[in-house]
Design a protein around this ligand. Structure first.
Ligand SMILES: [Zn+2]
Length: 291
Protein backbone atom coordinates (compact mmCIF):
# COMPACT_ATOMS: atom_id res chain seq x y z
CA UNK A 1 0.00 0.00 0.00
CA UNK A 2 1.31 3.45 -0.85
CA UNK A 3 1.04 6.40 1.47
CA UNK A 4 -0.90 9.30 0.00
CA UNK A 5 1.39 12.21 -0.78
CA UNK A 6 -0.35 15.52 -1.25
CA UNK A 7 2.11 18.38 -1.02
CA UNK A 8 0.63 21.72 0.01
CA UNK A 9 3.57 23.90 -1.00
CA UNK A 10 6.94 23.74 -2.77
CA UNK A 11 10.15 22.63 -1.18
CA UNK A 12 12.00 25.86 -0.25
CA UNK A 13 12.15 28.46 -3.00
CA UNK A 14 15.88 29.13 -3.06
CA UNK A 15 17.90 29.57 -6.26
CA UNK A 16 21.57 30.58 -6.47
CA UNK A 17 23.39 32.30 -9.31
CA UNK A 18 26.92 33.63 -9.65
CA UNK A 19 27.37 37.23 -10.70
CA UNK A 20 31.14 37.40 -11.08
CA UNK A 21 32.51 36.74 -7.59
CA UNK A 22 29.15 37.43 -5.92
CA UNK A 23 26.64 34.66 -5.21
CA UNK A 24 23.11 36.00 -5.59
CA UNK A 25 20.27 33.88 -4.22
CA UNK A 26 16.65 34.41 -5.20
CA UNK A 27 14.36 33.68 -2.25
CA UNK A 28 10.65 33.24 -2.78
CA UNK A 29 8.32 34.72 -0.15
CA UNK A 30 5.03 33.34 -1.52
CA UNK A 31 2.32 34.85 -3.67
CA UNK A 32 -1.02 36.57 -3.38
CA UNK A 33 -4.09 36.96 -5.53
CA UNK A 34 -4.33 40.30 -7.30
CA UNK A 35 -6.84 42.01 -9.57
CA UNK A 36 -6.61 43.36 -13.08
CA UNK A 37 -8.56 46.34 -11.68
CA UNK A 38 -5.31 47.51 -10.09
CA UNK A 39 -3.85 48.22 -13.52
CA UNK A 40 -4.06 51.69 -15.01
CA UNK A 41 -3.52 53.13 -18.48
CA UNK A 42 -4.55 49.97 -20.33
CA UNK A 43 -7.76 48.87 -22.04
CA UNK A 44 -9.72 46.66 -19.58
CA UNK A 45 -10.02 43.81 -22.11
CA UNK A 46 -6.26 43.54 -22.66
CA UNK A 47 -4.89 42.11 -19.37
CA UNK A 48 -7.21 39.05 -19.32
CA UNK A 49 -6.50 38.49 -23.02
CA UNK A 50 -2.73 38.63 -22.41
CA UNK A 51 -3.04 36.17 -19.49
CA UNK A 52 -5.25 33.86 -21.50
CA UNK A 53 -2.76 33.85 -24.37
CA UNK A 54 0.18 33.05 -22.06
CA UNK A 55 -1.65 30.42 -19.95
CA UNK A 56 -1.41 32.53 -16.81
CA UNK A 57 -3.84 32.55 -13.91
CA UNK A 58 -7.01 34.63 -13.97
CA UNK A 59 -7.46 36.40 -11.59
CA UNK A 60 -3.77 37.27 -11.69
CA UNK A 61 -1.35 36.38 -8.92
CA UNK A 62 1.58 38.44 -7.75
CA UNK A 63 4.72 36.60 -6.69
CA UNK A 64 6.91 38.11 -3.98
CA UNK A 65 10.68 37.54 -3.88
CA UNK A 66 13.71 38.88 -2.09
CA UNK A 67 17.40 38.27 -2.75
CA UNK A 68 20.53 37.51 -0.79
CA UNK A 69 23.95 38.57 -2.09
CA UNK A 70 27.10 37.03 -0.62
CA UNK A 71 29.68 39.73 -1.09
CA UNK A 72 32.92 38.31 0.23
CA UNK A 73 32.27 37.78 3.93
CA UNK A 74 29.27 40.08 3.92
CA UNK A 75 25.65 38.84 3.65
CA UNK A 76 23.39 41.40 2.00
CA UNK A 77 19.64 40.92 1.84
CA UNK A 78 17.76 42.88 -0.83
CA UNK A 79 14.27 43.51 0.61
CA UNK A 80 12.71 41.20 3.18
CA UNK A 81 9.41 39.86 1.84
CA UNK A 82 6.15 40.33 3.74
CA UNK A 83 6.89 38.69 7.09
CA UNK A 84 3.58 38.27 8.92
CA UNK A 85 1.82 41.31 7.50
CA UNK A 86 0.14 39.96 4.35
CA UNK A 87 -1.37 36.66 5.35
CA UNK A 88 -0.49 32.96 5.32
CA UNK A 89 0.35 32.66 1.60
CA UNK A 90 3.37 34.91 2.15
CA UNK A 91 6.20 35.34 4.63
CA UNK A 92 8.22 32.28 3.58
CA UNK A 93 11.50 34.17 3.31
CA UNK A 94 12.56 33.38 6.89
CA UNK A 95 12.05 29.64 6.36
CA UNK A 96 13.89 29.78 3.04
CA UNK A 97 16.85 31.57 4.63
CA UNK A 98 16.87 28.98 7.41
CA UNK A 99 16.77 26.19 4.82
CA UNK A 100 20.00 27.52 3.30
CA UNK A 101 21.56 27.85 6.74
CA UNK A 102 21.45 31.63 7.12
CA UNK A 103 20.42 32.88 10.57
CA UNK A 104 18.85 36.35 10.98
CA UNK A 105 21.88 37.46 13.01
CA UNK A 106 24.18 36.67 10.05
CA UNK A 107 22.62 39.36 7.81
CA UNK A 108 24.95 42.38 7.77
CA UNK A 109 23.07 44.72 5.44
CA UNK A 110 19.61 45.10 3.93
CA UNK A 111 19.31 47.06 0.70
CA UNK A 112 15.72 48.24 0.35
CA UNK A 113 14.07 48.97 -2.98
CA UNK A 114 11.31 50.88 -1.14
CA UNK A 115 9.26 50.73 2.05
CA UNK A 116 6.07 48.92 0.93
CA UNK A 117 4.89 46.04 3.18
CA UNK A 118 5.83 43.25 0.75
CA UNK A 119 9.42 44.54 0.88
CA UNK A 120 9.88 45.46 4.55
CA UNK A 121 7.31 43.31 6.40
CA UNK A 122 9.96 40.66 7.08
CA UNK A 123 12.12 43.14 9.02
CA UNK A 124 9.89 43.40 12.10
CA UNK A 125 7.74 41.11 14.24
CA UNK A 126 4.09 41.72 15.17
CA UNK A 127 5.20 43.93 18.07
CA UNK A 128 7.35 46.06 15.76
CA UNK A 129 10.64 44.67 17.05
CA UNK A 130 13.60 44.33 14.65
CA UNK A 131 14.06 40.73 13.48
CA UNK A 132 17.58 41.24 12.12
CA UNK A 133 19.71 42.11 15.16
CA UNK A 134 22.89 43.10 13.31
CA UNK A 135 21.71 44.53 10.00
CA UNK A 136 22.17 48.04 8.69
CA UNK A 137 19.39 49.18 6.34
CA UNK A 138 20.27 51.16 3.22
CA UNK A 139 17.48 53.03 1.45
CA UNK A 140 17.17 55.93 -0.97
CA UNK A 141 17.09 59.29 0.81
CA UNK A 142 13.67 60.22 -0.64
CA UNK A 143 11.97 57.23 0.98
CA UNK A 144 11.97 57.83 4.79
CA UNK A 145 10.82 61.50 4.63
CA UNK A 146 7.86 60.50 2.44
CA UNK A 147 6.57 57.83 4.84
CA UNK A 148 7.29 60.02 7.87
CA UNK A 149 5.38 62.97 6.43
CA UNK A 150 2.26 63.55 8.55
CA UNK A 151 0.44 64.98 5.52
CA UNK A 152 0.93 61.62 3.75
CA UNK A 153 -0.55 59.79 6.74
CA UNK A 154 -3.47 62.24 7.01
CA UNK A 155 -4.37 61.83 3.31
CA UNK A 156 -3.97 58.04 3.23
CA UNK A 157 -6.92 55.70 2.66
CA UNK A 158 -7.58 53.09 5.36
CA UNK A 159 -5.44 50.50 3.53
CA UNK A 160 -2.66 52.93 2.70
CA UNK A 161 -2.59 54.00 6.36
CA UNK A 162 -1.35 50.50 7.19
CA UNK A 163 1.44 50.90 4.62
CA UNK A 164 2.54 54.20 6.18
CA UNK A 165 2.43 52.89 9.74
CA UNK A 166 4.45 49.78 8.85
CA UNK A 167 7.12 51.85 7.06
CA UNK A 168 7.35 54.05 10.17
CA UNK A 169 7.53 51.05 12.46
CA UNK A 170 10.46 49.63 10.46
CA UNK A 171 12.34 52.94 10.52
CA UNK A 172 11.75 53.13 14.31
CA UNK A 173 12.85 49.54 14.91
CA UNK A 174 16.15 50.13 13.07
CA UNK A 175 16.71 53.68 14.33
CA UNK A 176 20.42 54.50 14.36
CA UNK A 177 21.22 51.86 11.73
CA UNK A 178 19.45 53.25 8.68
CA UNK A 179 21.76 54.74 6.05
CA UNK A 180 20.25 56.82 3.25
CA UNK A 181 21.89 57.40 -0.10
CA UNK A 182 20.99 59.40 -3.21
CA UNK A 183 22.87 57.48 -5.89
CA UNK A 184 26.23 55.84 -6.48
CA UNK A 185 27.88 52.94 -4.71
CA UNK A 186 26.14 51.68 -1.56
CA UNK A 187 28.52 48.77 -0.95
CA UNK A 188 31.61 47.69 -2.90
CA UNK A 189 30.24 46.62 -6.31
CA UNK A 190 26.60 47.50 -5.57
CA UNK A 191 25.23 50.74 -7.00
CA UNK A 192 21.88 52.45 -6.49
CA UNK A 193 19.80 52.91 -9.65
CA UNK A 194 17.09 55.41 -8.69
CA UNK A 195 13.75 54.39 -10.23
CA UNK A 196 11.20 56.81 -8.75
CA UNK A 197 7.45 56.78 -9.32
CA UNK A 198 6.19 53.60 -7.70
CA UNK A 199 7.36 55.36 -4.53
CA UNK A 200 9.46 58.54 -4.34
CA UNK A 201 12.63 56.67 -3.38
CA UNK A 202 12.04 53.43 -5.29
CA UNK A 203 15.51 52.17 -6.26
CA UNK A 204 17.03 49.27 -8.15
CA UNK A 205 20.36 47.78 -7.06
CA UNK A 206 23.00 47.03 -9.69
CA UNK A 207 25.50 44.35 -8.72
CA UNK A 208 28.69 44.35 -10.80
CA UNK A 209 31.52 41.87 -10.34
CA UNK A 210 34.25 40.82 -12.76
CA UNK A 211 32.60 41.00 -16.21
CA UNK A 212 29.08 40.26 -14.91
CA UNK A 213 26.27 42.48 -13.77
CA UNK A 214 22.73 42.08 -12.48
CA UNK A 215 20.05 44.69 -11.92
CA UNK A 216 17.64 43.80 -9.11
CA UNK A 217 14.97 46.24 -10.20
CA UNK A 218 12.41 46.10 -7.36
CA UNK A 219 8.88 46.83 -8.56
CA UNK A 220 9.49 47.92 -12.16
CA UNK A 221 7.01 45.13 -12.98
CA UNK A 222 4.15 43.82 -10.79
CA UNK A 223 2.34 41.74 -13.40
CA UNK A 224 4.86 40.16 -15.79
CA UNK A 225 2.06 38.73 -17.91
CA UNK A 226 0.94 42.26 -18.75
CA UNK A 227 3.63 44.87 -18.20
CA UNK A 228 6.41 43.47 -20.40
CA UNK A 229 4.10 43.53 -23.41
CA UNK A 230 2.58 46.83 -22.23
CA UNK A 231 5.20 48.85 -20.34
CA UNK A 232 2.78 51.80 -20.41
CA UNK A 233 0.40 50.01 -18.00
CA UNK A 234 0.72 51.25 -14.42
CA UNK A 235 -0.47 50.10 -11.01
CA UNK A 236 -3.13 52.02 -9.08
CA UNK A 237 -0.91 52.11 -6.01
CA UNK A 238 2.03 53.77 -7.77
CA UNK A 239 2.54 56.99 -5.80
CA UNK A 240 3.26 58.96 -8.99
CA UNK A 241 1.65 56.99 -11.82
CA UNK A 242 3.07 58.97 -14.75
CA UNK A 243 6.59 58.93 -13.30
CA UNK A 244 6.37 55.18 -12.61
CA UNK A 245 5.45 54.52 -16.25
CA UNK A 246 8.27 56.74 -17.55
CA UNK A 247 10.71 54.99 -15.20
CA UNK A 248 9.57 51.52 -16.34
CA UNK A 249 10.03 52.49 -19.99
CA UNK A 250 13.48 53.95 -19.30
CA UNK A 251 14.72 50.94 -17.28
CA UNK A 252 13.33 48.39 -19.77
CA UNK A 253 14.90 50.26 -22.68
CA UNK A 254 18.24 50.26 -20.84
CA UNK A 255 17.97 46.56 -19.97
CA UNK A 256 17.16 45.59 -23.57
CA UNK A 257 19.82 47.86 -25.10
CA UNK A 258 22.57 46.79 -22.69
CA UNK A 259 21.49 43.10 -22.71
CA UNK A 260 21.43 43.43 -18.93
CA UNK A 261 20.53 40.51 -16.67
CA UNK A 262 17.61 41.55 -14.45
CA UNK A 263 15.75 40.15 -11.47
CA UNK A 264 12.68 41.51 -9.73
CA UNK A 265 10.58 41.19 -6.61
CA UNK A 266 7.45 40.34 -8.62
CA UNK A 267 8.92 38.40 -11.54
CA UNK A 268 8.29 34.66 -11.76
CA UNK A 269 10.67 32.74 -9.49
CA UNK A 270 13.63 32.45 -9.76
CA UNK A 271 13.24 35.68 -11.73
CA UNK A 272 16.60 35.98 -13.53
CA UNK A 273 16.30 36.84 -17.21
CA UNK A 274 16.73 39.26 -20.09
CA UNK A 275 14.49 41.57 -22.10
CA UNK A 276 14.07 41.41 -25.86
CA UNK A 277 12.16 44.03 -27.81
CA UNK A 278 8.80 42.72 -29.10
CA UNK A 279 6.37 44.99 -30.92
CA UNK A 280 5.75 48.12 -28.83
CA UNK A 281 6.94 46.36 -25.70
CA UNK A 282 9.24 43.58 -24.58
CA UNK A 283 9.39 39.84 -24.14
CA UNK A 284 10.98 38.54 -20.95
CA UNK A 285 13.35 35.64 -21.60
CA UNK A 286 13.75 33.70 -18.34
CA UNK A 287 17.17 32.24 -17.75
CA UNK A 288 17.29 28.47 -18.00
CA UNK A 289 17.37 26.84 -14.57
CA UNK A 290 20.76 25.33 -13.81
CA UNK A 291 21.57 22.88 -11.01
ZN1 LIG B 1 6.07 45.20 -4.26
Amino acid sequence: MTTAFRPTHQTPGVHHRNVGEVVVTALNDGMFEASFDWLTNIDAADPPALHQASFRAIPPRITVNAFLAQLGERLVLVDSGCGGVMGPSLGRLADNLAAMGVAPAAIDTVLLTHLHPDHVGGLVDAAGKALLPNAELIVHEAEPPFWQDDAVLAQASEEDRGFVLLARSVLDAYRGRVRTIASGEALPGITAVPAPGHTPGHTGWLIASAADSLLIWGDIVHMPGVQFARPGAGMGFDIDGAQAIATRQRIMDMAATDRLLVAGMHLDFPTFGHLARAGDGYAFIPEVWTP
